[in-house]
Design a protein around this ligand. Structure first.
Ligand code: GLN
Length: 397
């Protein structure tokens, strides 16, 4: 066989996306890859059908259609109090997935070190490899997912040029407090480092927790590249619309990377997305209410059937502790991946093995998401109750 790059041998396919494929093959309820089973707002669907007949159907400006960039900058400024130039500080990307790799490729030289919290959304590991960067992992320690700031300082002292911050954090649901962000910000300033953020779950934050945009903190706009997306906020993961916002010098450089990676995001979908951004504050409040209800409903269901879990402060993910199962003879020595495959086959519910998010050898957690309609959650809980009954839980019978 002809040779392939060494690069591709150093990471696996996405376990999250793999679980979706296995789930589909078995017809299971897919609570693995996080995406909603409901549609974008009506205004966006109407705008999309209009765009189908009236266009645009050809390329937009590579870094994003002007009306979408204007709308994104306005949303961002409202959240941060900053004044963002939509022409020089915003790029519309193909999902925040592209925004993140584009940011990494823009700031990292081969062998530059970057700090990544663990557990982490699995893309960051591959992003680091693809951009030539070398990750230094900073543990977020369960159950509270706290971190030790001295490890961040140590990482910067070892030469890390950037820190990746997923806030609210996938998979653990941590919402970094303002105080925690200030600690990270001070260290980034002290060591003159970049912060690359992934804030796609910004509207899925559960009271009393609040989301603070890193770039809004004093002195941080000039060193923060904010990556975000319309996927989660507008239930449109398949539209592949994301964006990045940052200081002009980095965004102007990132425009080149983005242009040669993808040319641009789909023009008709950008046009339709503007209608979503015009919905205003009430839409985000309703979305937050919807997800708060879903979280409360799903967690109450897990409690009822007797599965142990964390309490996510944000995102639509929950980590379920499977230690009690792995302690049973039937599952003795099993990996969390094997357990998730068994769950798909025998229980009919798909989850993501926690090990795909942790740098540390963690094998006792699986990630479920609750971006599902109530009936789907009910059915998933009913199926998982059978599993919980194996533990001899009284409530589960
Ligand atoms: N962020 C979602 C998850 O963690 C999925 C995103 C994706 O697969 N591109 O499940």
């Amino acid at each position: 066989m002809k040779k392939l790059s060494e690069r591709v041998g150093t990471f696996t396919d996405s376990v999250i996306r793999r679980m979706t494929r296995i789930s589909d093959a078995y017809g299971a309820i897919n609570l693995s890859q996080g995406f909603p089973d409901f549609d974008p707002p009506q205004a966006m669907l109407d705008a999309l059908s209009k765009a189908a007949y009236e266009g645009p159907h050809q390329y937009s400006i590579t870094f994003g259609a002007k009306n979408l960039r204007d709308a994104l900058a306005a949303k961002y400024d409202k959240a941060t109090g900053l004044t963002t130039n939509p022409d020089t500080q915003v790029i519309v990307t193909c999902g925040s997935t592209e925004a993140m790799i584009c940011a990494m490729m823009t700031v990292c030289n081969p062998h530059d070190k970057v700090l990544i919290f663990s557990p982490f959304y699995e893309n960051y590991g591959a992003d680091a490899i693809l951009s030539g960067a070398e990750p230094i992992y900073i543990p977020l320690v369960p159950p509270a997912y706290d971190f030790d700031p001295s490890l961040i300082e140590k990482g910067f002292q070892e030469g890390a040029i950037a820190l990746i911050l997923c806030n609210p954090s996938n998979p653990c649901g941590k919402v970094f407090s303002r105080e925690e962000l200030l600690v990270i910000a001070d260290l980034a300033k002290k060591y003159d480092a970049w912060i690359i953020t992934d804030e796609v779950y910004e509207h899925m934050v559960y009271a009393p927790h609040v989301h603070t945009v890193m770039a809004s903190l004093p002195g941080m706009a000039e060193r923060t590249i904010t990556c975000n997306s319309l996927s989660k906020t507008f239930s449109a993961t398949g539209w592949r619309l994301g964006y990045m916002v940052g200081p002009e010098e980095v965004i102007e450089a990132a425009k080149k990377v983005h242009d040669f990676l993808t040319v641009g995001a789909p023009a008709p979908l950008q046009e339709a997305a503007v209608a979503g951004l015009q919905l205003g504050e009430e839409y985000y409040e309703d979305l937050n209410r919807l997800y708060t209800e879903k979280r409360d409903y799903f967690l109450a269901g897990l409690d009822r059937i007797g599965l142990k879990h964390n309490i996510p402060q944000g995102t639509y993910f929950v980590m379920v502790d499977i230690s009690d199962f792995l302690a049973m003879e039937q599952f003795s020595g099993w990996s969390d991946l094997a357990f998730c495959e068994w769950m798909i086959r025998e229980i009919g519910v798909a989850a993501v093995p926690g090990s795909s998010f942790f740098r540390e050898p963690v094998n006792h957690l699986i990630r479920l998401h609750f971006a599902r309609q109530k009936e789907t959650m009910d059915e998933a809980l009913k199926r998982m109750a059978k599993m919980a009954a194996m533990l001899g839980n009284d409530q589960a019978k």
